[in-house]
Structures are given as C-alpha cells and as structure tokens.
Design a protein around this ligand. Sequence first.
Ligand code: KIV
Ligand code: ZN
Length: 511
Amino acid sequence: MAERVLIFDTTMRDGEQSPGATMTADDKVEIARALDRLGVDIIEAGFPFSSPGDFEAVQRVARAVRRPIIAGLAHANAQAVDACCDAVRVAERPRCHVFLSSSDVHLLYQLKKGPEEILLQATEMVARAKKKVSDVEFSPMDATRTQRDYLVRVLSSVIAAGATTINVPDTVGYTTPDEFYDLIRYCFEHVSGIEKVTVSVHCHNDLGLAVPNSLAAIRAGARQVECTINGIGERAGNASLEEIVMTLRTRHDLYGVETGIDTTKLYPTSRLVSDITGLVVQPNKAIVGGNAFRHESGIHQDGIIKNPITYEIMDPVSVGRSDRELYLGKLSGRAAVRKRLSELGYNLSDEELGKFFAEFKRLADTKKQVTDQDLEALMGEERREERGRYRLENLQAVCGSDRVHRQASVTLVDRDGKRLHRVAQGNGPVAAVFAAISQAVGLKPEPELLDYTVKSITGTAEAQGDVTVQLRADGVVVNGRGVSTDIVEASAKAYINALNRLLEAPALTSV
Ligand code: KIV
Ligand code: ZN
C-alpha cells in the first residue's frame, strides 16, 4: 500500500493572517466541519493565546469536530503554551504546536537572543507542552534561512524533549525545490531521533514556489504538509491544499503517496472559505478558479468534445465541480432546490430549507435562471445575516446627475430587534449608503474604506452583483461581502457584514 502524507490544514490560523480574513468562532466551526468532510488529518484552529475570542474558537472547534487532530499554535513561552494546551485539551486528539525562530537574522534583529538561549527555550517549552498533551509539534521559524548545523541541534533537542512532529517552515518563501529537497534530506541524515517522528513542511508563496517546494519535500521523505484552502495565508499565502492534493493524485506515478482527502469536496470547501473570508479566488487559480476547466480556443473545444482527456488532466467532477450547467427557476420546487444544495455540499434541515426557499423564490422572480453560483451566494448571504449583529431591513437610495439628490436612507435591525434609522448624503448612492450605515451604527473612529469591488456573479444583465469591501478601524482590517440583484443593496450588505466583523474581531496578534 502507498505511504500516506498527512494533510495539516492551517486555513484558520495562517490563513486567518491574510488581511481582512478574520473569522468568528461560528465561522471557524463551519469551516472545521467542512475540513472534516474533506478528510484533512489535522486542523490548526487558531492561536489560543492571541485573544480570548480565538481561545474560545479553538475550543469550540475542538468540541465540534472529533475525527481530525485539532492543533493550536503557541509562541515558545509558558503562558502561550499553557493557553494552547488548555484550549485543545477538550479535543478527541489534541496537539500543541510550539514555534520559535532559529535563523540568525531573527535571533539578531528580532528576538535579540543568542543561539544557546533559544535552543534551551525551545526545548523547555516543548517539554512543558508535553506534560499537558502527548502530541507536540515544533517549528523552528525561518528554518530555510537557519544555519544547518544549528537547525539540526534544535530539532534533535526538541525531539529528545518529546516533540512528535518536527516542522520545517519556509517562513518567508525563500527556498527553491532543489534546495528544499536537499535540506529535508540533510535533516533525515543528521537529526537524531528523526526516525521516531513525523517530518512536516510549511511553505509560503512569496516566490510562487510554495506548492513545488512542498512537493519536493515529500519526495525527500516529509510525510506531513501544512497548507491552506485556496492558498490563503500571510503575505502571498501558504501552499494551496487543493494543488498539493491534486498533484499527488494526478501524478501518483511520480510521488507514489496517498492522502485521505475526498477530492470531490475540494471545490465546495474552496467556495465556503472564499465566502467566509471575503477573499475572492482568482479566475485562473488551479483546481478551484472559475477558468480552471474552461476551454476557450476552438482547437481545445474540438478536442474536449471528442475526448476530454485531450486537454483535461483531471475530471472536473473529481474535484467537486459540476459536469453540467443546471439551472433552477421560479417553477422549481423545494425538492429540486434541496437536491441541488445537497449536491453542492449543503444539507439543510426542513426549517433552514423553508427559510432558504423563500429567498430562492424572491431571487427567481427577478432572475430567470438561478445558477449554482447564485445558490451559493444566497447561502452565504443567509449565513452572514444570521451571524451578524446588524442586518439591513430597508434601503432607499437616490442617484442621478443632480448632485443634491444623491442620498440614502437605511434601516438596520440589531440582534435584539432594535431598529436604527439614518439618512445621509454622499457623492454617489453607494457613498451615501455607507455614510448612513456608519452613522446608524455609530462606530468611533469611523472605519476607513480600504477597498471596494463589484463583480457580477454570472455575467448577465440580470445577474446578482457580488460586492466586497475592506474596512480598517483601530488597526484591524476586515473584509465584508454582500450579494443582491441590486448593486447598491449588495454594497450596503457588504458594508454591514464588514462592520459586523469589526465589532466582533479580536485584535489579531501576528505571528
Ligand atoms: O510561517 C511560519 O513559519 C509559521 C510557523 C508558525 C509554522 O507559520
Ligand atoms: Zn506560516
């Protein structure tokens, strides 16, 4: 039987470090359930010491999802390690992931400590974690810019202290596949006790090499890869889970290893993460991008019609994409909607379906064909409304060439049913709507709008507008999303979603 590579998903920890991608505890539980269905082996649910909110989120994930290992991340200091162990302890299979920098540049300029002091700190903190949970991972941060003999000493020492997984992070995305292969081989040859532990890698994408580097490490013997859905993460992101998994599967002839991933869940999971984080997937993204299975040139289309293997190395159905365009419309009944939602990975209770169906009918009245993307967008809209402190009840906006009339009136409802009403002006209807919402909520200081994007979900005149906004207040950046056939309403919903996130966001401590 082929050897197994463990998939360690860090979408909810490193992925959450993408600007604006903060997740609430409810969001994390929902993503964790999707990752469980996907079949990941380890879920890194957060950074418990960073905020009480993240501590609670990690605990809720640990209670809700019982099959995978649930990991928390901890700086190598006593308080962080204790908080992490306390948060994950409720999991069926808890893991504490301790990290500390090991490169000269980090020691000299950031930690201002000598190598012997760092070695001792790493070893002591792994030993401390080991007393509380049996599964302990250690990461020497910036490993790929660390002197090799020192890296070997650190790794050997933490293994002796009880680490069960040693992770080699390319924290700044600096290495290349050949060099990384060589480094992992070097570790196998020189680190004492390495045969007793799992060797893991964690690659960042600064040079666009996160996936090739992870694959090179697997060829060198690494048996755990740390990755994220859609490749989200700090700066240019982490290695993309879907790309690694599909490469290992498609080129099994080269790698000869297996994962436990149900690849048909890749696409729905990607959509869910994009929807929750507000991070839109670029159309040309491998596996999950809008164009990944679209054939534009005549020669390619001809080949695909004759036999898909002419130009498709993967079956779109194998990654959870539909092989047919199926539309629902205003004559579609509950059963058809339920069936399609379940094919897309959403299994609703009767009560949830009843609520969803009413929204579906409203949309089908204004739009002839309701596509899969429309259904997903509606699901996202319901989720945002349910979780947010405020929701939009009513909106009227006036626009036109006469400046004086550009104004908006909005009514919001909060969780306790209290109504907030405001009228405001702006240099356009969207600006007026944003001003009215912001005044109604009364957040001080007023959030700064960093980004505002409108796109259409299906590209027709009657399509739904999909709006994302990015806001910053008090140094916290959040993304918001809103969907409606009316783009001013979609903008209002996106702005409210972002405000709701600002109101809930724990100030993140960056790694
Ligand atoms: O990039 C990195 O080094 C990390 C560690 C905490 C594993 O995210
Ligand atoms: Zn990282």
